[in-house]
Write a protein that binds this ligand. Sequence first.
Ligand SMILES: [Zn+2]
Ligand SMILES: [Zn+2]
Length: 766
Amino acid sequence: MPARQRPDRLGVIARGVVQGFGLRPFVQRTATSLGLSGFVRNVPGGIAIEAEGSPGALEALVRAVSALPAPARVDAIERTALEPIGETSFYIEESLEGATGAFPLLPDLATCDDCMAEVLDPDDRRHRYPFVSCTRCGPRWSVAHELPWDRARTSMAGFALCPDCRAEYEDPQDVRRFHAQTLACPRCGPQLVLLTPDGRAQCSGDAALGRSAEVLKAGGIVAMLGLGGFQLLVDARDANGVRRLRKRKNRPDKPLALVVADVEGAREIVHLTASECAAFLAPAAPVVLARRRGDADVAPSVAPGVSWLGVMRATTPLHRLLLDAVEAPLVATSGNLSGEPLCANDEEALEHLGQVADVFLTHDRPVVRPVDDSVVREIGGRIVSLRCGRGLAPLSLPRRGTGEARVALGGDLKNAVAVAVGGEVVLGPHIGDLASPRANDAAVQTASSLATMMDLPVTDVVSDAHPDSHVRTIARDWAKRHQVRDGVVFHHHAHVLAGWTEHGGSLPVLGVAWDGAGFGPDRGAWGGEILRVDERRVERVAHLRPFRLPGGDAAAREPRRAALGLLFARFGEAAFERDDAALRSFDAAELRVLERLLASGRFAPETSSAGRLFDAIASLLGVRQRCSYEGQAALELESLASEDDGDFAHPLVRGDGVLDWAPLVDAVLSDRDAGTPIRAIAARFHRGLARALVDVVAAAAAENGIGRVVLSGGCFQNALLSSLTEAGLREAGLEPLPHTRIPPNDGGLAVGQLQALACTPGEAGV
Ligand SMILES: [Zn+2]
Ligand SMILES: [Zn+2]
């Protein structure tokens, strides 16, 4: 065979999440070191490389690109043989305008170890500079105005590089700083400033940091502009400070997240399992729910009634420098008022948090897109996202089929929107409850910006089917304004398809959709559903026995109303002669009204909700009569149950597609009246529910010839219920399909809505 005279030339397209992490510089360095010529550039959905040289060197380049380390993710490599053209160097070609497609931008990443080492090194020119980043870390989503990922299109565009930074930016040998788009130093980058609540600048730079630390040490509240928006900080050991923050923010009980300097700081307050530790250290740096240490020096009011604390690491040098100065774990909660979206600029913060924070530690690098902290929890050995925010969203997943570009707006609670383009579904970051006009605007803006970044004309908007919801209103407006189709998907259908998305594979599946409540096809409040979902339709194969909720929606915040409804369903009017904690919490006049509602059925709609069953049991056990946040009673019940290590389970009965809680309620009441410890009763309730669920699912599986079972809905944030159910299903020879990356709660609804629309194009789901 004659020796090859000419070099080979190869075209390579790498698809996946590849922009915003210094991939092009990486390719250039690698190619140059291999003696290859050619170029690399951003293209829709990834990067394109053309390289020329020896076949061995070309192969080595392809291997290097395929094996990129996290946070990059290469899904597919396409190669094409080309005619050699005799180039002499390898260069980065300017980005093509509009070079988007599949979602190509990374979420914001916590400061890497190398950057943090520079910040802490007295001899480094970036010593104590709070805005250090590199190709491997720092803001992405929150600072990008548009794609492709280039400094000129970010909120760093206004900061001209100083000669030292420019030299790093242009040096191909500088692995971390070559083409690092958010590169900055104390001479040329953003600067800190400390504002008083009336907006006056008090001091700047290191002095602003020092003064903030003093405020925190004195028990004060600091509003700090972090990566994706403002956080409210207070010394977590200081019970008075925490109380003041709760009062001012109007957040009486909901657990508050903590930020600590590093993993040692975390281990002082929580027990971390290996996977919790890995999640804590990951580039996403989410809030990790972990078991609280008995000797943790943290005010009990940080997370009252539960045995976990939510802990995250310092996500930026700013957090780290502040934590080192204060030498205490800090509460770090979203900079918003209850029910409002995150504040992300000084004007918003001063307007909405002026009465909350004592000082405002802010800076001049604008947040383009606000993004809240993420929350994860270990469930059944997996790390499960409970909230996809900073670091985890936008989240790309494979779509069912392909097709037109669509927007899904989710539901009213824990809102997050999603878009589908080509073969991909992209879930946007957590927005929150659509309880205010600003929150509604945030949902619309996020959906618009995702659609714009994908750069495709949207043909459909889809939302939860509840006719009176805020999300229906904004969906109708969107459809009208953009002249697109307006579809709805029923709540629990979307839940099951959201869970299924993580696993893919064929339909039909069985789906357990257990949550607080969602609008069902019979206009009822569903929430204890077992569904069969196939290509074209959804069938309700079983559900929890319904009971009435006196006062309807009011029951969501008052477990005692659910308890009353449950007792009424069990004992009829005799329920009102009982001596129960739930009844005692009402006065005589209230009880007369509630009895009338239950007897007549007026303003006392039936629900099959598992979440309300948890509420009712919590009330009957005297654990909680009123909630100040969604799911509080169930969380406290789980926390109690997880302290019990028995194996006794309360019974339920299965009959004709209905899971009847009557024997379970009887057992709970007799245990309680016999003086059994509450934590044991709570655990028996969990075990009984899981066993009965497995039993009813196994029957449906046998009848339908289906072995795969999605577990979705807010109830599967409950680690105890989830792990018991998963284990039971496996024992029964079935395959559980639980959530991992998409939240099991309503934060994942939008993904399921898009998948449902793919099942039945252009029409309402179910
Ligand atoms: Zn870095
Ligand atoms: Zn500089």
